[in-house]
Design a protein around this ligand. Structure first.
Ligand SMILES: Nc1ncnc2c1ncn2[C@@H]1O[C@H](COP(=O)(O)OP(=O)(O)OP(=O)(O)O)[C@@H](O)[C@H]1O
Ligand SMILES: [Mg+2]
Length: 440
């Protein structure tokens, strides 16, 4: 949980930070509204802002809205001033925390904020069974291996296990083994001492130590190099790690959740994954089925995402038309929940009516459409008879860009294309004389 404290909190910053840190939070500080905004703009992943009531919370929240920064704000002030509390809530603060800070209250606010961000939605019996098993094993200390295809929800399930474990109020630290180059992964995991190599100007604590007493998510563990696997095995077996360049091992008490979308059995057979490590990780195995195998999740999840993205884009809540529902149900979802989420996000932005019409549901993989004769499955945005495919694509891109206020990064995400492709297309449209929303 990343927390940003803004203002002096009536001299209680120290006390509030201590409580938050003890509950597994990371704390940053800002003197005033403007420096808080600067921190948020810098891309720091703050989830909760605790703001002094004496500051201009109203102006701050308006700025967040204008800049489309999604973060929860709670106000903090001296207990005996109800009028300030009311004012803060009216200004858009989610909660009022009286000072001096009370550990239990802050714990409750942190827990609520975390839950809000990682809501796990389901409607299918199969998912319910998986969830039941996850809940059952969560309080044990056993390492867990979560398997499932890409986009099925492995990360969200691993948070669920942490949140339901005895370590819930300690840290949850995630490391993506596939995203970090092999040479950096060791220092990322185990840290180093000052002078361990040229450039090691000060000690760095690795994720293993950071997650001690809490949970370490090793995402995409199948991608971990065999030499690091040996070190990981030692860390799990001996419950101690060596910082690079360190003189003595350091005791850790870290629970591991590992994920893989590849079959680790096979990796063991091929010799790319250590068998002994596999046994250590695979104490509990939870497999998350692909979305096509839990069809009763599809509409429930779609409705959840409609709500999420309507709110995020400040649009009125839309309903999904019957034809659009059919279209969602008649698709195999090769990209699983992530693909469904992107599809619904796009549909929310594209639908021009109060209902999300089938045309706003654009499916990326034609081969995964089950009933191709169904006319409602035509991949079409602002389709009208006589428009060319290129024209439709252009309309879609320009429309999406309008919705994102010209923000190209977001538009590319929604469209599921690279920012480079988007830029090239826009250049082409501009050259052809079309009006493109300007932006970054
Ligand atoms: N049951 C669910 N309820 C709500 N959101 C979900 C659910 N399952 C997945 N999501 C959302 O779908 C997206 C993909 O989920 P997640 O990142 O957990 O998948 P993953 O299996 O880790 O994917 P990958 O293998 O690509 O890393 C996320 O935005 C997540 O919030
Ligand atoms: Mg993942």
């Amino acid at each position: 949980m990343e927390l940003l404290i803004v203002g002096t909190l009536n001299g209680q910053i120290g006390a509030a930070s201590k409580i938050a840190i003890a509950q597994g939070g990371h704390v940053s500080l800002a003197d005033n509204e403007d420096s808080a905004l600067e921190i948020l703009r810098s891309g720091k992943s703050v989830e909760l802002v605790m703001m002094d009531v004496k500051l201009d919370i109203y102006r701050f929240i308006k700025s967040l809205e204008a800049e489309r920064i999604n973060v929860l704000v709670v106000a903090c002030g001296v207990a005996n001033d109800p009028s300030l509390a009311v004012k803060a809530i009216k200004a858009g603060a989610k909660e009022y925390i009286p000072l001096p800070p009370d550990p239990e209250l802050i714990g409750a606010v942190l827990a609520a904020a975390t839950r809000e961000n990682h809501a796990l939605i389901y409607g299918d019996k199969k998912t319910e069974a998986v969830l039941k098993m996850a809940k059952q094993i969560a309080p044990s200390e056993a390492n867990v291996l979560l398997t499932g295809a890409s986009g099925t929800g492995k990360e969200i399930f691993s948070r669920f296990i942490h949140d339901n474990s005895k370590r819930a109020n300690k840290k949850f630290v995630a490391v993506n083994c596939a995203a970090i180059p092999e040479t950096l992964l060791e220092s990322e995991l185990f840290g180093y001492e000052k002078g361990a190599f040229t450039g090691a100007v000060s000690r760095r604590i690795g994720k293993f130590e950071e997650a001690s007493d809490g949970t370490l998510l090793l995402d995409e563990i199948s991608e971990m190099d065999i030499s690091i696997q040996a070190k990981l095995l030692r860390a799990i077996q001996e419950k101690e790690i060596d910082r690079i360049g360190g003189r003595a091992p350091i005791k850790v008490n870290t629970r591991i959740i590992a994920t893989s979308n590849r079959n680790l059995d096979e990796a063991v057979k091929n010799g790319t994954f250590r068998q002994d490590l596999y046994y250590r990780l695979n104490v509990v195995n939870i497999n998350i089925p692909s979305l096509k195998d839990r069809p009763d999740d599809i509409i429930v999840l779609a409705k959840h995402f409609v709500k999420k993205y309507s709110e995020l884009n400040e649009l009125p809540l839309k309903v999904i038309s019957k034809a659009a529902e059919d279209k969602l149900m008649n698709y195999l979802w090769p990209g699983n929940v992530r693909e469904l989420e992107n599809t619904v996000h796009r549909a929310v932005l594209l639908s021009t009516q109060e209902e999300i019409e089938a045309d706003a549901v654009i499916l990326d993989d034609a081969d995964s459409i089950i009933n191709k004769t169904d006319s409602s499955t035509k991949p079409a945005a602002a389709v009208s008879q006589g428009t060319t495919l290129a024209g439709m694509e252009r309309n879609l891109i320009i429309d999406t860009l309008k919705h994102t206020m010209g923000n190209r990064t977001v538009a590319a995400q929604i469209l599921g294309i690279s920012i480079r492709t988007l830029r090239n297309k826009l250049k082409q449209y501009e050259a052809e004389g079309f009006d493109i929303a300007s932006g970054n």
